[in-house]
Every structure is written in C-alpha cells, then in structure tokens.
Write a new protein. Structure first.
Length: 219
C-alpha cells in the first residue's frame, strides 16, 4: 500500500460522510487548507480507498462511525502506521485543519534515543522497538506511542481523555476517548500476550482510564 497524497507538509485526508454535499464541501475545505483529500460516502468506498492507499487522518461523520466503526477498524487492521481517526458531528462548520495537522504531527514525531523500562517491558525509542520478557514485539507507531505515554506514568492511572490528548493531540470527552482507545488497547494486549481478564501489566481502571504496572511489583 502507498500513502494518499504526496509531500511531507500536508495531511493525506480521507473524508467519510453519508451526505455527498457535505462530504464534497469538507474535501474542498481540506484542499483549500493545503491538504490532499479523498471522499467516500460509505464503507464500500472506504475499503476501496484504503486498499489502494492509507491516509494520515480519517475525518468521519460521528453517526456513520457509530454505525460502521467495526467495519472500518477491521479494514484498518494491519495498516502501519494507523491513521488518526477524527469523529465530527453533522457539521455546521469545517474542522480546524491546522489543529488536525498538529495532532497528526504529534503522533508521528518520536523522541530519539530514550530507553524506558517498566519491569520486563523495555521501550527503545532509538530503535522504535518494544521488548517484552526478552522478546521483540512489533507495534504500529500509534500503539507504540500509547504504550510510551503509559510507561512514562507507570503506576499511575491515565484517564481516557488525557491519553487521547497526549497521543492524538485532540480533546475528547471520556466516552469518546474510551471508544477511540478500546481497539488499540485490545491490540496491544494481544501483541504482548496479555490476558485482560487477569488485569496484568496493562490494567483497565473502570470509569477512569488505564495504568501500566510492573508484574514484579504486583507479585
């Protein structure tokens, strides 16, 4: 797969909206802001575009996302890096594109050379690598950053909203943030071989957020 658009100073945007007029207006708005934009009205159109190329950011109607989120996340499985997903209401005004550009830049920019350790978990920023119990684990960039944020505050609960703010650079209320994080947390646990029922290492604190703990400390 290739990336939508070209150049390094603009977003590659996929607009998803069931209303053609609104979708085309959002595309024009994104292009006028200097970004490369494509439009899909439905999941079939989304799948066709994602199969051909991966965007930096997906701007999707919130209602559409609630109805089709599972299909979208399934289509994105295996994409690396994963695009940032930005839900919008049935818009009266266009998204603030420069803010979205900063959000994309925030999750695509990594700290160089730092090595972090939480028990048997090692995060090597120089190599962009995660080592778990002595074995390398491949994480997509977005999940790498989620784990990094949690590791920097190991032993503390990071709220859903705070985690989204630090990883994506956007504001979201708790229900929105929880839904946005859910699929990524599930994939991180799967890649590390963690059992969510046991509540080990990557802990869900119901109603609050997530916490990274050391198994050695738990034990």
């Amino acid at each position: 797969m290739s990336r939508l658009g070209n150049g390094t100073d603009r977003l590659r945007v996929l607009i998803i909206h069931p209303n053609l007029e609104t979708g085309e207006r959002l595309v024009r708005s994104a292009i006028q802001a200097g970004h490369a934009a494509h439009y899909a009205p439905d999941l079939r159109g989304v799948l066709a575009l994602i199969t051909r190329a991966i965007p930096d950011i997906i701007v999707a109607d919130r209602g559409w996302l609630e109805r089709n989120g599972r299909g979208l996340f399934s289509a994105l499985r295996g994409c690396s890096p994963l695009p940032l997903i930005c839900p919008v209401e049935s818009v009266d005004r266009d998204p603030v594109w420069d803010r979205l550009a900063r959000a994309v830049q925030a999750f695509q920019t990594w700290t160089g050379g730092e090595v972090m350790r939480v028990g048997s978990l090692v995060i090597d920023h120089g190599r962009k690598q995660v080592i778990w119990r002595g074995q390398p684990v491949q994480l997509p960039p977005l999940q790498f950053k989620i784990l990094t944020v949690l590791a920097r505050r190991a032993g503390q609960v990071v709220s859903h909203a705070d985690l989204v703010r630090e990883v994506w650079g956007i504001e979201a209320d708790d229900p929105e943030a929880r839904e946005l994080l859910k699929v990524h947390i599930r994939q991180i646990r799967k890649r590390l071989g963690l059992d969510p029922e046991r509540g080990e290492v990557l802990v869900s604190v119901r109603g609050f957020g997530y916490m990274l703990t050391s198994p050695e400390e738990e034990g």
